[in-house]
Design a protein around this ligand. Structure first.
Ligand code: PRP
Ligand code: ADE
Length: 170
C-alpha cells in the first residue's frame, strides 16, 4: 500500500526548519492503519519476536496494536517518574541537553526475543536508548520496525547490526 499519501507534512513544526511528518492522518484511516500494523506484524512474526517494546508516546500507537495482533506482550518505555515498579534507566544526548528513558526491570526475560518499534526514526537517539535498555535487561533484539524513516538524518547508521523495517521513507 502507498502509506505515504496518508502522512501529512507540516513545515516549521514544532520549530522553524522542521518538516513534521504527521502520522495522525494515517491513524484516522482505519483500514490503512490496520494494514500498516499487519505489515509490521508479519515482519515481527518472521523474526520470531516474543515481546514488543515501544517508547512513549507515539511508539504506543504502533507497539500496542502490534502486540495485540500477535497475541504477545507489550512493554512501554517511559520518561522518568511514570513507572511504579523497580526500573532500569538510560540517558542519552538530545539536540539540546540530556534525556532519560525507563523500563520496568522485570519486563523482559533474559534471552527473550524483542521487537523494538516506534512511529518514526529521525536521529536514532530514542530507538538507540530503547535498544540499550532492552539489552541491559538481557533481551535479544529480534528486529526494529518503524512506520517512517527520515533517511537524511541517517538514524539507520546506529541500527546496522539489526534487521530493520520502515514502511515509509523520506
Ligand atoms: C518522536 C518520535 C520518536 C522520536 C524520533 O518522539 O515519536 O520517538 O521523536 O526521534 P529520534 O530518532 O531523533 O530520537 P518525541 O520525542 O517527539 O515524543 P512523542 O512520541 O511523545 O511525541
Ligand atoms: N520526530 C523527530 N523528527 C520528526 C519529524 N520530522 N516529524 C515527526 N516526528 C518527528
Amino acid at each position: 500500500m502507498d502509506y505515504k499519501k496518508y502522512i501529512k507534512s507540516i513545515m516549521d513544526f514544532p520549530t522553524k526548519g522542521i518538516n513534521f511528518r504527521d502520522i495522525t492522518s494515517l491513524l484516522e484511516e482505519g483500514p490503512v492503519y490496520h494494514s500498516a500494523i499487519d505489515e509490521l506484524a508479519e515482519f515481527a512474526k518472521s523474526k520470531q519476536a516474543e515481546i514488543i517494546v515501544g517508547p512513549e508516546a507515539r511508539g504506543f500507537v504502533i507497539g500496542g496494536p502490534l502486540a495485540y495482533s500477535l497475541s504477545i506482550g507489550f512493554v512501554p518505555v517511559r520518561k522518568p517518574g511514570k513507572l511504579p515498579r523497580e526500573i532500569a534507566t538510560v540517558s542519552y544526548e538530545k539536540e539540546y541537553g540530556v534525556d532519560t528513558l525507563c523500563m520496568h526491570k522485570d519486563s523482559i526475560k533474559p534471552g527473550q526475543r524483542v521487537l523494538v518499534t516506534d512511529d518514526l526514526l529521525a536521529t536514532g537517539g530514542t530507538i538507540e536508548a530503547t535498544i540499550n535498555l532492552v539489552k541491559q535487561l538481557g533481551g535479544v533484539i529480534a528486529g526494529v520496525a518503524f512506520l517512517i524513516e527520515l533517511t537524511d538524518l541517517d538514524g539507520a547508521r546506529l541500527l546496522k547490526e539489526y534487521d530493520v523495517l520502515s514502511l515509509i521513507k523520506y
